[in-house]
Design a protein around this ligand. Structure first.
Ligand code: GLN
Length: 252
């Protein structure tokens, strides 16, 4: 049994659409493989200590909540970058959290919020909210294509630096900016995405990918092959969600 140490950043501020549900999925899927999840809330007064957590999680929030945490989070940019980029911890950042993991976010009322600069992205609020079901095609491991189905609701338009990796390409929905055909960002074991609500119950493969990366961080070895689970309900939830996105119409 391995204890996977999760650092949950600002759970009191960034938890829109019950993003916290993603943590329940990690806990359950880890337990079914005989592992334990130990979740620590990392709030305003808590330092980030590289090597202390195997997986970081940041949920979404509206501009108002983002404004409350942005400066505090940006003040922890160096240890967070070290934890993820040098120590290879895994990270999942959703929506408002995703925006703040990039270089910064200019909110709807022109508020400039500093970002962590861990993800090669910049976000500026546009005129029009991008809402609805989304379907992506992802290839996190060469040769292993997967689809990711979810829901997006954001006014921020995120631009990735040229040559950097998105999480996936948009089959249906808006994605990062409604134009590029990209959704999310990926650097090593870190993933940022607009998909939430919660994302992992209907995309079990992504939960397992992140758990395997977290286990690799914990043990210092390669990401393990996790024993497959039945996942019937998860597959049905994925199919329903994917179909809703498809019927909304492909944009790219
Ligand atoms: N406030 C951000 C936006 O609208 C993020 C919203 C969210 O997390 N749902 O772009």
């Amino acid at each position: 049994m391995t204890t996977i140490r999760v650092g949950h950043l600002y759970p009191d501020y960034l938890n829109i659409y019950a993003d916290r549900g993603n943590i329940a999925v990690f806990a359950r899927r880890a337990a079914l493989r005989g592992h334990m999840l130990e979740v620590t809330a990392l709030g305003m007064d808590d330092p980030i200590v590289p090597g202390q957590h195997d997986l970081y999680y940041v949920g979404g929030g509206q501009d108002r909540e983002q404004l409350l945490v942005a400066e505090n989070l940006a003040g922890k940019a160096e240890p967070l970058k070290e934890a993820v980029l040098a120590h290879d911890a895994a990270l999942l950042a959703v929506c408002g959290g995703y925006q703040l993991l990039g270089r910064g976010y200019r909110g709807f009322h022109g508020e400039d919020m500093p970002g962590v600069g861990l993800l090669p992205a910049e976000t500026v609020a546009g005129e029009r909210r991008m809402i609805g079901d989304v379907l992506l095609e992802c290839e996190l491991e060469p040769g292993s294509r997967q689809t990711l189905a979810g829901f997006e609701n954001h006014i921020g338009r995120t631009t990735l630096d040229p040559g950097s990796s998105p999480l996936g390409s948009v089959v249906a929905g808006f994605g990062n900016d409604g134009e590029s055909g990209f959704e999310g960002a990926r650097v090593g074991r870190a993933i940022g995405t607009y998909l939430h609500g919660p994302l992992l119950p209907r995309n079990a493969w992504l939960a397992d990918w992140l758990l395997a990366q977290a286990l690799a961080h914990r043990t210092g070895g390669a990401p393990p092959e996790l024993e497959p689970l039945a996942d019937e309900l998860e597959a049905r939830a994925h199919a329903v969600s994917a179909e809703r996105a498809r019927s909304r119409g492909g944009r790219f």
